[in-house]
Design a protein around this ligand. Structure first.
Ligand code: 5GP
Length: 190
């Protein structure tokens, strides 16, 4: 998606060779017009899949998932929770996820009442790095016995291998910007 790549080049900040900071339009301040276009693009790519629900993980995937839902018939958006609150008294699907940016391992949870075997799920996230977050969400979709239409990612860092992990399971992966390297202050796209 050209407009996204241009925005990454103009506003993205590389933190070393591994982490890309895009807090001016995606991870802290959200550029609503850009997110609208991202949602439209995801919806276009998955419109024939009869998606019944979108699954993401808090927090940065939520805005993109909502923008996509507006274009896919307002399907519900479910976000996996990273922390267990005392109000979470029902039964939950759980999966372990190692956080790439924080280095911590957490259990992510989705209330069983929101995912069913009749559902067709689209997984959405802001970044794909080593594939931990996406694998956790895939695991939860499997536990629910739902159909997985695919994984939609705003920015994939191809060199960290998460994309391969997903594709080798036969799962469809759609990434709008695929970064193949961040070396010597230069971001290169596939
Ligand atoms: P993975 O689980 O694929 O290793 O990493 C994906 C998750 O880590 C995403 O949900 C995202 O929040 C975070 N993440 C991974 N790489 C980056 C990055 O370069 N920048 C930012 N802002 N978040 C990242």
């Amino acid at each position: 998606m050209e407009i996204l790549k241009q925005r990454i080049l103009s506003d993205g900040v590389e933190l070393g060779t591994e982490i890309l900071k895009v807090d001016s339009f995606l991870n802290h301040q959200i550029d609503i017009e850009l997110i609208r276009q991202i949602g439209q693009e995801f919806a276009r790519r998955f419109q024939k899949e009869n998606i019944t629900k979108i699954l993401t993980i808090e927090s940065s995937g939520i805005a993109v998932a909502c923008a996509t839902s507006f274009c896919l018939g307002d399907v519900p958006v479910i976000f996996a929770k990273k922390e267990k609150a005392s109000s979470m008294t029902d039964e939950y699907y759980c999966a372990e996820v190692k956080s790439f940016t924080k280095g911590t391992i957490s259990m992510v949870r989705v209330n069983k009442k929101f995912l069913h075997s009749e559902d067709t799920i689209l997984i959405i996230d802001d970044f794909l790095a080593h594939g931990e977050a996406a694998s956790g969400l895939i695991n939860i979709v499997k536990q629910a016995g739902a159909r997985l239409a695919g994984v939609a990612i705003v920015i994939e860092k191809e060199f960290q291998g998460g994309g391969e992990k997903i594709k080798e399971q036969g799962i469809r992966l759609e990434s709008l910007a695929v970064v193949c390297s961040m070396q010597e202050g230069k971001i290169r796209f596939r």
